[in-house]
Design a protein around this ligand. Structure first.
Ligand SMILES: [Fe+2]
Length: 196
């Protein structure tokens, strides 16, 4: 290689995002459903309970359980399939294997973690107060110590999502949710999926 003064970024870790155009037609029903089933400060799934605080997590069959979520599940499946196939130039079929809801109240958060037994994970944003924390962050799978000469380096990415947004990410990518400070609940529906 004889290129003069070139910076190359290592790796190609994708965060894929989209937005559900029909969300306004379904938002109220989804919010009502989540709040109806919320059990305060309880992780019903029983998964990684110590990583979660101040939130309700449903069981892991949330999109399957309620007929009123059928259209959301169809859109999530179709949109995720297109995003992933466009990114990979592939023609996989996508199967959602697990899905769950979070209702986070003021002071709630989710510590860094990743998802086992899954290829792509998604977070669909249903509702939250603006500028009240609760953002999700994703981390590169290597750690760069902050010191003089590495000012440019950033291994943490934050996407500020609005209701109706979908973020897809490789399931093994470390991620978390900042402390939420809103008065209204922060509601997301998440899922794990595999490509066939
Ligand atoms: Fe997660």
């Amino acid at each position: 290689m004889n290129n003069y003064r070139q910076a190359t970024l290592l790796g190609k870790v994708p965060l894929l995002t989209s937005w559900w155009p029909e969300f306004d037609n379904y938002k109220k029903d989804i919010v009502d459903l989540c709040l109806k089933h919320e059990i305060s400060n309880t992780v019903e799934s029983n998964v990684a309970v110590n990583a979660k605080s101040g939130l309700w997590e449903s069981t892991f069959d949330f999109l399957e359980k309620y007929p009123s979520l059928q259209n959301l599940k169809i859109w999530l499946t179709q949109e995720s399939t297109e995003l992933i196939n466009n990114f990979n130039n592939s023609s996989h079929r996508l199967a959602i294997t697990e899905s769950w809801a979070h209702v986070t109240r003021a002071g709630g958060y989710h510590k860094p973690h990743y998802h086992n037994n899954s290829t792509w994970s998604g977070i669909f944003y249903v509702d939250a107060e603006n500028n009240k924390g609760g953002s999700n962050n994703w981390y590169l799978p290597y750690y760069l110590e902050r010191k003089p000469g590495l000012e440019f380096a950033d291994d943490r990415f934050t996407i500020n999502c609005s209701p109706g947004n979908l973020v897809l990410f490789p399931s093994m990518l470390l991620h978390d949710a900042d402390v939420y400070h809103g008065t209204l609940p922060r509601i997301v529906i998440s899922f794990n999926s595999i490509c066939l």
